[in-house]
Write a protein that binds this ligand. Structure first.
Ligand code: PLP
Length: 370
């Protein structure tokens, strides 16, 4: 099997597993308990939080553990709306459903919503953010890098614009955590461990001190009252270990992943009627999203799977109906969106994987066309 779906999830690293193991059967206390077992767990949680704070360049009290990137997106949109009660919110068309669908829900509840359109290259311009801001704007979400087409957004410029206008800016860093620097000027951003060889079901969210945001889950006083629920200490330790390794090896991994991705891309683009979706330059090193004339994306993915290659479409497939990706469609139109196939590389992929998959892909595309 050749796994080229690292944007969906990545394998857990052995070293991360080792760091987590003591927190299942030995140091298993509830981090909120007053006794020795609880204090031991709390101290591990604190160490993980401090490690993340030093990576993010913030205070430990500004780091929150959540169940994943999905919860972070929900908390950002709904938590800020809950704090303000009324106002205008802005999200980009590129956002993950956790942000996008939350924004639609807030519109149903009476908030005004502007959805920013990307360019054909899959990029949101800072100018479009600035011109969308109104006197009653409370919130803006433009992700750091897109999960489907991998395009990098001008998140530092957007952060500056939002700060000037006193707008809460959320930068979803779930896809960029291992490859790009963290935003310096955002009000909040989040990373999800399973995207950088950490465990599933845990995210860390930076939220600037004193930001207007309310909890969306009622419960205990964990995470300084913002997120109730017994702390998942093992997962928090795993997240910190995985992010530390990812950031320490960022440059090296970026170079090698990009090299392998580019070998694949150069070969795949030689297939007649192949198109790259989104900018080639403004793209995280791991992503190649391609459409092939005359080939439905899900057919390509299905046939690749039969040949042992794991890739994905940008389509949501439910009850047999395939809906082309909203994100890809907004950049390159519905025909190319229905043909889109996403290949995402990770640090374990090799040059041989790239060449072999490009070769298999060519055969699959020709077979479908015939
Ligand atoms: N945001 C982006 C950009 C993502 O790609 C994903 C997952 O694919 C999420 C949020 C959700 O993260 P999680 O799987 O941790 O819920």
């Amino acid at each position: 099997m050749i796994y080229l779906d690292n944007a969906a999830t990545t394998p857990l690293d052995e070293e991360v597993l080792k760091a987590m193991l003591p927190y299942f059967c030995q140091t298993y206390g509830n981090a909120q308990s007053q006794h020795a077992a609880g204090r031991a767990a709390a101290s591990a949680l604190l160490a993980a939080r401090d490690e993340l704070a030093s990576i993010f360049g913030c205070k430990g009290e500004e780091v929150y553990f959540l169940s994943g990137g999905t919860e972070a997106g929900n908390l950002a949109v709904k938590g800020v709306c809950e704090a303000y009660k009324t106002g205008h919110i802005i999200v980009s068309e590129l956002e993950h459903p956790s942000v996008y669908e939350s924004a639609l829900k807030m519109r149903e509840r009476g908030f005004e919503l502007t959805v920013l359109k990307p360019s054909k290259e899959g990029v949101i311009s800072p100018e479009s953010v600035e011109s969308a801001i109104k006197p009653n704007t409370i919130f803006c979400a433009v992700m750091a890098a897109n999960n489907e087409i991998g395009t990098i957004q001008p998140y530092e410029e957007i952060a500056e614009i939002c700060a000037e206008h006193g707008v809460f800016y959320y930068a979803d860093c779930v896809q960029s955590a291992s490859s790009l620097p963290f935003p310096k000027g955002a009000s909040a951003f989040a990373v999800s461990a399973h995207k950088f060889n950490g465990p599933k079901g845990i995210a860390a969210m930076y939220i600037k001190d004193k930001s207007p945001i309310k909890p969306i889950i009622d419960g205990g006083r964990q995470e300084r009252g913002l997120r109730g629920g017994t702390s998942n200490v093992a997962a928090a330790v795993g997240l910190a270990a995985a992010l530390k390794a990812a950031v320490e090896n960022r440059e090296k991994n970026n170079l090698s992943i990009k090299r392998v991705r580019d070998i694949f891309l150069d070969n795949a683009l030689k297939i007649e009627g192949a198109h790259l979706n989104g900018s080639r330059e403004l793209r995280i090193p791991s992503n190649a999203n391609l459409s092939f004339d005359g080939c439905a994306g899900e057919k390509v993915v299905f046939n690749l799977d039969l040949k042992g290659v794991c890739a994905s479409t940008g389509s949501a497939c439910s009850a047999g109906a395939v809906t082309p990706s909203r994100v890809v469609e907004s950049c390159v139109g519905s025909t190319r969106a229905a043909q889109a196939v996403r290949f995402t590389f990770g640090k374990y992929n090799t040059e041989q994987d790239a060449l072999l998959v490009a070769d298999i892909l060519k055969k699959v595309v020709l077979q479908i066309r015939n």
